[in-house]
Design a protein around this ligand. Structure first.
Ligand code: 8YV
Length: 329
């Protein structure tokens, strides 16, 4: 009898086919959103699960999943996992780093440019039939080239963003929990500064740090007050890193010029204040959504699950194990 695994959300059919070579697979082709109780009911007899950032694996879920040995996130961020609880329960945790770095950095750039140059705002205006004549001051925005970019979170995606800034002759400042090695700073032409200095000096601020209790509301009322009134803010990281209510107020009062947001507190709900202001570009958590990268993420999550449950070329050694200290069941 093959071991049973769950694929919690709809995914490329090839992933389910690959898993079916080793496992009896329960998948979710209609992409229903299960409550935690429904997820637990399905996990009860499963040894492994592929999750997305929307499914929480915590002590309560683990208590109802006695056979679970591996949860493999199809995301680099894993704030939906309580990793200490998983380790205590003997459950391997994996994510999908690296394969999405460049695609996510491309998208960060797209969001920054759309925000600073008011692309979606002007398109909405045009589509609404307002364009009767050209005017010298239509949709004046902020330049990207030659400006100062502030990156908060200098991991692999932050570095990929910084490298792109060279082509725009930007000065790059970064802030991170710890300073990155000098070789990386040189390759990225990026200068380490404190968070407050970065917020005061940057023309454009991009957030790409992981969400943890410590990074909750990294940008709130006080931080927004430090930013230039002409500045733009881009959140590519996770909802909760920005206080969305405070941001909506700052945008409404034009205390900063504009924001580009791919992630939201409590998504898919969006703070109503953000929906009311014109100077924000809103996208539905799609920074990694190129065809090739989403396939690569799905396949890496699959490699992790196959290996975690003792099959394939990496049997017992999933390539992206987050909790190597776990005592395997
Ligand atoms: C995922 C992401 O696609 O990787 C991450 O952390 O935020 C996205 O790339 C999304 O979270 C679904 O799991």
């Amino acid at each position: 009898m093959k071991p049973k695994v769950l694929v919690a959300r709809a995914v490329f059919p090839e992933v389910v086919e690959r898993l079916a070579q080793y496992f009896e697979v329960e998948s979710n082709p209609r992409d229903e959103i299960w409550s935690p109780a429904e997820l637990v009911a399905r996990l009860h007899d499963k040894l492994g699960v592929i999750t997305t950032a929307s499914e929480r694996i915590d002590a309560d879920v683990l208590a109802g999943a006695p056979n679970l040995r591996a949860a493999c996130n199809m995301a680099v961020g894993y704030n939906n996992f309580d990793v200490p609880a998983m380790s205590a329960a003997g459950v391997m945790a994996t994510n999908t780093p690296d394969v999405l770095n460049e695609t996510t950095a491309d998208f960060g750039w797209a969001l920054l440019m759309a925000t600073a140059r008011r692309i979606t705002e002007s398109e909405r205006w045009l589509r609404a039939g307002h364009w009767q004549k050209w005017a010298y001051d239509m949709f004046l925005g902020a330049d990207i080239h030659g400006a100062t970019l502030g990156i908060i979170g200098m991991g692999r995606i932050g570095q990929a963003l910084a490298r792109r800034a060279s082509g725009f002759d930007m000065q790059v400042l970064y802030h991170n929990r710890s300073r990155v090695p000098e070789t990386i700073e040189q390759a990225c032409k990026a200068c380490y500064v404190g968070k407050e200095d970065l917020l005061r000096q940057a023309d454009h601020v991009i957030l790409v740090l992981p969400y943890t209790a410590a990074s909750h509301h990294t940008i709130g009322e006080a931080e927004l007050a430090l930013m230039k009134p002409t500045a733009t803010l881009v959140n590519l990281a996770r909802g909760g890193i920005v206080d969305d209510a405070a941001l909506a107020r700052a945008l409404r009062d034009k205390r900063i010029a504009a924001a580009g947001l791919d992630v939201f507190e409590g998504e898919p709900a969006v703070h109503p204040g953000l929906l009311e202001v014109p100077n924000v570009v809103l996208t539905p958590h799609i920074a990694s959504a190129s065809e090739a990268t989403r396939r690569a993420m799905a396949n890496l999550a699959t490699d992790n699950l196959i290996a975690a449950l003792g099959f394939g070329p990496n049997a017992g050694k999933p390539p992206c194990l987050l909790n190597p200290q776990v005592k395997q069941k």
